[in-house]
Structures are given as structure tokens and as C-alpha cells.
Ligand binder design. Structure first.
Ligand code: GLU
Length: 487
């Protein structure tokens, strides 16, 4: 889709951390802005005063920054259409509300919560869609005065025209038509003077000159209300694109039950921003070719809403792990080390400054092809840190209890003591020599050496492990394992 320069936005409500669904919306919008040379705006929708917090706002911004989805305009960075936090825009909404009131497109509603609840209940009983039936639609000035004298504080409702088709030409879903009779006059400003989401969002998108609103399908049912607000104000609405819902593997709505749901949690587990973004891109969008691994730059080139799916996307953590693993494989040794460090420290395997950095970098590199995310690194490199270990199982221990094993270890020790620098090549030569001198089959030599150094039968390659352990640690481990067999 090429649509000229797009002005798109991500408009989170700061009521918690950045969730996977929100991150996916942010990514899609960001990609559309980059691809079209347009602008990506970050607006904070904090009109739910009770649930919104600055802390959540910070968390969301940090998560976006970590993902690399920076914004061109919005909170913190500013721009020509600010302020970008809705609670700082109350004066702006008031102006528009006055226009709607003056033209009769909105009216004061004095109904109490109890009265509204009663109306909902009675409609449900009659199997009718619960909606506001317009009790305060045509109050006289005297009626209003009476309510005010009773101390009632009015909300403001939008007067929804009867018998109208509200059409949303959705970029993903095609034409979706809503019947205005099913909508009911909705509140645009609550009695405390704070606007509701459906109202503020329309004014902000209009004033911020948003060209395309791309968000999750859960907002499709809100869209006719927003379209009515645009109509009421005589403003051309933006284009809408509602991307698919994200479901858990059991096809129910994605929730905590399905595992981590926030970007922060994935960050903590050591997923890469590039891996997570690649995975998110494929939630509700697919590429026409076979390719599944993409960098952000590649996505900018090929992403478009033309290939956005209507069907729900399934959040498959195995797929995320596979994708992230592909991104891990591409990391340099240094980058992999940076990724590993907090996990190594957090796991208690090592203390800060206890090892040489160059050694650590090499150790961590041995895990690269075996892990999907950072938290998996410690268990793969544990063997380089722990000189004392237990045997994996009885079968492992039995390898060292074979008659020829003790002799092999003695000979190995002798050779290590005499060896110069231990490199992959010199270790290979050393082990070959060991096989030859012992007169045993290769397996009877390699297996006891491996188990003596690692406690495992299927541990890392000896040509990797031995040079990284170095002579001193190897001698220590041989002594330890001999003691273990005696004890
Ligand atoms: N504040 C809304 C939310 O977080 C934004 C929805 C929209 O993009 O319009 O769900």
C-alpha cells in the first residue's frame, strides 16, 4: 500500500505495562510511518484517572525505546500538535464540546448511575440491546434547572442520529456497516468534566492530523461512535485499519494464563528486541514469500496492510523462541555477551569482575547455537564455572567406573601437564595421542575425559571445553572427580 506520507499514532492508556498487543500496534504504525516517510506520534490516553499512572507511562515509553520504536512527535519529544497527554488537553475538548452543545448535537444528561442501571436491566430483561434510550434528550431549561437544584452533575451525551448507517471502510476488513439505532446516545464527557475515550480519541486524531488509525480489532466496535463524533464536528475521519485479535494457543483471548504478556517480561527473560519485533510483525501479517526472519529494516521495506490478516493471530511461544533463536545466531560474540551478562550475574554462576571479559565472551559464544533467549544461557555454560558438579545420572558415573577409565585419566593428566597452549588444534592432537598410547577404542578415551571434566556424556565439544577451562581447572576437576569416585 502506498498512501503518501502517513501520520500514524500509537495511543496507549497508561494503565499497566506495554502488552504484546499494544507493542504489535505500535510496530505496525511505526513501520507504516517509516515506509512512507511519514510521522509516528505517541499520545498518552490517560483520561481514566483512576487506572492511569505516570509509572505505567514510563514503563510503556521504556518498552518502546527498548524495542527501537522511537516516535517523531508526542510525549517527551513534543511537536506541533501537542500537548500529547490527554489530561493536558481538557481545555481543547471543552471547546469542541461547547460547539456540539450549541448545535444541539450533544446534550446534558442528569441520569444517576442507579437510573442507568435500572434502564440496562429492564432492556436486558426484554432481550434488547442495553443502551441509553434518551431520557434526557429533550429536557427543557426548567427541567435542567430542577436537576441542578437537586445537586445533580450532568454528563454530556452525543445525540446519535436515528436510522443511519454508519460506514467504516476498514483497510483490513473492508466495508463494515453499523446501524445507528443500536448505538444509543453515548457519554462524551463524564460528570467530572473528563472526556471519554471515544470522544477524546476522535478530536485528538483529527487535531494531530492522523491519516491512518491502525489498531487491534477489539476497537472496531468503538469506531462507529468515533465516526459519529467526526460527523458531528464536520471533520473528515482518518482511514481505519483494524488488525486481527491476538489469541492464546487454546484460541481464547490472550491473558496471563498463556505466559508472559508484557514486553517487559520478555525483555527480562532475555529476548532480543529484533526477535520480538520479528515475531510481533507476523502476528496478523504475513509476507507473500517463504521468508520468516526479518530485520526491522527489511520489515520497513515490505510491510503493508495489504497482507494484514482478518483472522485472529495465535500467540505461539514456540514460534517466538524459534524466531528469537535465529536472531541470537546472528549476534556477534560481544553482543551475545552483553545479552548474557545480566543472566549470568542473576543466576549466581559468577560474580561481577570475577572472570576476564575475553574469557567470558568465548564461554558465552559456546551457547549461541543452543539457546533461544538469554535466560537459557546460564545452564548452557554452567560447566565452565562449576569445578564441582554431580554426575548427570548413574550411566554417566558408570563411564568412570569402567576398568580402563582411571588409566585414561592418569594419562590425560600427564599430557595436560606437559602441554603448551591449549587450543582446539592442540587439544585434538593431544586426544589423538591419548587414544594411540592407551591402545583403547576412541570412545573409551573420549567418554571418560568428557565425564571427568563436565559430569555429562553429551556435554560440549572437548576441543571447546578444554581450551576454555585451561590446565589448572582441568587438574582441579580431575582431582575432584577422583575424590568423588572414592567417596
Ligand atoms: N487508548 C486506547 C487503548 O489503549 C487506544 C485505542 C486506539 O488506538 O484508538 O486501547
Amino acid at each position: 500500500m502506498h498512501d503518501g506520507q502517513m501520520r500514524v499514532r500509537f495511543a496507549p492508556s497508561p494503565t499497566g505495562p506495554l502488552h504484546i498487543g499494544g507493542a504489535r500496534s505500535a510496530l505496525f504504525n511505526w513501520l507504516l510511518a517509516k515506509a512512507s516517510g511519514g510521522k509516528f506520534v505517541l499520545r498518552v490516553e490517560d483520561t481514566d484517572l483512576e487506572r492511569s499512572s505516570r509509572e505505567s507511562e514510563e514503563d510503556i515509553k521504556n518498552a518502546l525505546r527498548w524495542l527501537g520504536l522511537g516516535w517523531d512527535e508526542g510525549i517527551d519529544v513534543g511537536g506541533p500538535h501537542g500537548p500529547y497527554r490527554q489530561t493536558e488537553r481538557l481545555g481543547i475538548y471543552r471547546e469542541y464540546t461547547q460547539k456540539l452543545l450549541d448545535s444541539g448535537k450533544a446534550y446534558h444528561c442528569y441520569c444517576t448511575d442507579e437510573e442507568l442501571e435500572e434502564e440496562r436491566r429492564s432492556l436486558s430483561e426484554k432481550h434488547q440491546m442495553p443502551r441509553y434510550m434518551g431520557k434526557c434528550r429533550d429536557l427543557s431549561e426548567a427541567d435542567e434547572e430542577k436537576y441542578r437544584e437537586q445537586g445533580r452533575k450532568p454528563a454530556i451525551r452525543f445525540r446519535v442520529p436515528a436510522d443511519q448507517e454508519v460506514v467504516v471502510n476498514d483497510l483490513v476488513r473492508g466495508q463494515v456497516v453499523f446501524d445507528s439505532n443500536g448505538i444509543g446516545d453515548f457519554v462524551i464527557v463524564k460528570s467530572d468534566g473528563v472526556p471519554t475515550y471515544n470522544y477524546a480519541v476522535a478530536i485528538d486524531d483529527a487535531l494531530m492530523k492522523i491519516t491512518h488509525v491502525v489498531r487491534g480489532e477489539e476497537h472496531l466496535s468503538n469506531t462507529p461512535r468515533q465516526v459519529l463524533v467526526y460527523e458531528g464536528l464536520g471533520i473528515q475521519p482518518p482511514k481505519f485499519g483494524h488488525v486481527s485479535l491476538i489469541l492464546g494457543k487454546d484460541r481464547s483471548k490472550m491473558s496471563k494464563r498463556h505466559g508472559a504478556t508484557s514486553v517487559e517480561q520478555y525483555k527480562k527473560q532475555g529476548y532480543l528486541p529484533s526477535g520480538l519485533l520479528n515475531f510481533l510483525a507476523l502476528l496478523g501479517w504475513s509476507h507473500s514469500g517463504e521468508q520468516e526472519i526479518f530485520t526491522l529494516d527489511e520489515l520497513v521495506k515490505i510491510f503493508s496492510l495489504d497482507h494484514a490478516a482478518k483472522n485472529p493471530a495465535v500467540f505461539d511461544v514456540d514460534k517466538l523462541n524459534w524466531i528469537n533463536a535465529q536472531h541470537v545466531r546472528k549476534l556477534s560474540d560481544e553482543a551475545l555477551f552483553e545479552m548474557a551478562l545480566p543472566h549470568l550475574l542473576g543466576s549466581g554462576l559468577m560474580l561481577e569482575g570475577a572472570h576476564e571479559r575475553s574469557w567470558l565472551v568465548k564461554v558465552v559464544a559456546t551457547a549461541r547455537d543452543h539457546i533461544s533467549y538469554g535466560a537459557e544461557i546460564p545452564k548452557h555454560v554452567e560447566i565452565y564455572f562449576k569445578d564441582e558438579f554431580s554426575f548427570e545420572n548413574e550411566e554417566t558415573e558408570a563411564v568412570l567406573r569402567e576398568e580402563s577409565a582411571a588409566g585414561v585419566l592418569d594419562l590425560f593428566e600427564e599430557k595436560i601437564k606437559k602441554a603448551g597452549e591449549l587450543t582446539a588444534e592442540s587439544v585434538q592432537a593431544l586426544l589423538k595421542g591419548l587414544v594411540k598410547e592407551s591402545g583403547l577404542p576412541g570412545k573409551k578415551v573420549y567418554m571418560p575425559v568428557r565425564v571427568a571434566l563436565s559430569g555429562q556424556i553429551h556435554g560440549p565439544e572437548m576441543t571447546l571445553l578444554i581450551p576454555l577451562l585451561g590446565g589448572q581447572k582441568i587438574l582441579k576437576r580431575l582431582e575432584y572427580v577422583r575424590g568423588k569416585l572414592k567417596g
